[in-house]
Design a protein around this ligand. Structure first.
Ligand code: ARG
Length: 469
């Protein structure tokens, strides 16, 4: 018989049995479910709702089930619906009638809310570790490439010269913010909903704070309706995961472009590339493409859960059982992607010469020529106009700005003197951008130092001074 079978005269339809059962996927929550039950049982004993002896047999029984599940010795039943009722059923089979006391003052509604919070808290911690490893690798690459000149782009058209270090440090900022977002999510999810009951709390004198403390929560939720029907923490996680995937997708997109024959800025390591079944010459950046593709799944998980939640009247509704597969899918996807992107970046080969060559063409020093004039007193807008005409002229001649003779410059304006050539040298263009956040090697080196400090702060619990993270 079902644990809830008392008021039923007929059995559940076989199709429905399968349709509404969640054990196939929520068995992933077995550890959280059992640890939550152990804390609940201990508290029931300590406040005298059950005897200490009863509490101890519940705790012992639950501990045994946990070990057996971990050892792979437990078969779950579709008919027992979900992880909560499977565990309770096994418990009662093992320790007898006292097992039936476990669910005193509790509902699966607050139980599942608890389990999901505990699960996500652990996975958020693990995800933050993976993001940290990725950041460490990017910082490493940046350190090695402070003077690897490359073109910066807007509209995917060459814009101004920068360095590879500067480029990758942009991603470091994104991933640091991702850690900040995950930390925020973790902070808000870390309240215990246990004691909310089905939706109206309970008449038993439960010690909610004691349970919360045992399970490592910072406090308890304040409203029983909200306690069972809130999935903001899952949505926040999915939103943070979506933004993180978007960042991974953008870096992967760049790796795809950069490894193309047209760019040749980098070569992917063979271990992170694949071939073609027909074209023998091919070496494709499939891994980077797949990460880009998987981003869609995680966005889907977020939109799916937002949509599940949007029309639900308070409090719990069975629709909410649909939260778990989205969360699990997003957890699996981001962790797999983070795991593979880190070594893919670490092992790629950078072609400094091609990058430096690319930094030179395309009039990437045109802004610097206009700035040169502006520094000599020409209003910037006028300088912009004149340099625009010089660019047009040079592009017709097929030469760069640095190849136009001094006499030709002086024919256009008397302010040009021979120092102009130094000002528009690619290296100089980068080195002179010492402004905070700019690409000069010194500035980027300082950025690396500060980012390391921020990372340490984020991971050790100190609030970083910079509110950006
Ligand atoms: N398996 C359910 C879920 O995941 C547990 C809560 C069920 N509660 C209920 N009243 N049917 O949401």
């Amino acid at each position: 018989m079902k644990l809830w079978g008392g008021r039923f005269e007929k059995t559940t339809d076989a199709l429905v049995e399968d349709f509404h059962s969640s054990i196939r996927f929520d068995q992933r929550l077995y550890k959280q479910d059992i640890l939550g039950s152990i804390a609940h049982a201990r508290m029931l004993g300590s406040v005298g709702v059950i005897s200490e002896d009863e509490a101890n047999s519940l705790i012992e029984g639950l501990g045994g089930i946990l070990e057996d599940i971990q050892a792979g010795n437990v078969e779950f039943e579709i008919g027992a619906e979900d992880i909560h009722m499977n565990v309770e059923k096994i418990l009662t089979e093992r320790i007898g009638a006292v097992g039936k006391k476990l669910h005193t003052g509790r509902s699966r509604n607050d139980q599942v809310a608890l389990d999901l919070r505990l699960y996500l808290r652990e996975e958020i911690d693990h995800t933050m570790n993976l993001v940290e490893q990725l950041i460490q690798t990017l910082l490493h690459i940046a350190e090695e490439h402070l003077e690897t000149w490359m073109p910066g782009y807007t509209h995917l058209q060459k814009a101004q010269p920068i360095t590879l270090a500067h480029h990758f440090m942009a991603y470091v900022q994104m991933f640091l913010r991702d850690i900040g977002r995950l930390k925020d999510t973790r902070k808000r999810l870390n309240s215990s909903p246990l004691g909310s009951g089905a939706m109206a709390g309970t008449t038993f004198p439960l010690d909610r704070e004691k349970v919360a403390q045992e399970l490592g929560f910072d406090g308890v939720t304040l409203n029983s309706l909200d306690g069972v029907s809130d999935r903001d923490f899952a949505l926040e996680f999915l939103a943070a995961a979506s933004i993180l995937m978007m960042h991974l997708s953008r870096i992967c997109e760049e790796l795809v472009i950069w490894s193309s024959g047209e760019f040749r800025f980098i070569s992917m390591d063979d271990g992170y590339s694949t071939g073609s079944s027909i074209m023998p010459q091919k070496k494709n950046p499939d891994v980077a493409e797949l990460v880009r593709g998987k981003t869609g799944r995680v966005y889907g998980d977020l939109v799916a859960l937002l949509t599940v939640m949007k029309g639900l009247p308070l409090a719990y509704n069975k629709d909410m059982q649909e939260d778990k597969e989205q969360v699990f899918d997003a957890v699996d996807t981001i962790q797999k992607c983070l795991l593979v992107v880190e070594p893919m970046l670490r092992t790629m080969q950078v072609h400094r010469d091609t990058m430096a060559y690319g930094a030179k063409g395309g009039f990437t020093n045109a802004t610097d020529l206009a700035d040169y004039m502006a520094k000599k007193g020409v209003p910037f807008r006028e300088a912009h106009e004149l340099v625009g005409r010089i660019v047009l002229d040079c592009s017709k001649k097929g030469i760069g700005l640095e190849e136009l003779g001094l006499s030709e410059y002086q024919a256009l304006s008397p302010i040009f003197t021979t120092d102009l050539y130094e000002s528009i040298g690619i290296e100089h263009c980068v080195r002179a951008r010492k402004i905070t956040g700019g690409p000069s090697p010194d500035t980027v080196a300082e950025g690396i130092r500060i980012s390391r400090e921020v990372l340490r702060g984020l991971r050790s619990g100190f609030a970083p001074k910079n509110p950006e993270y």
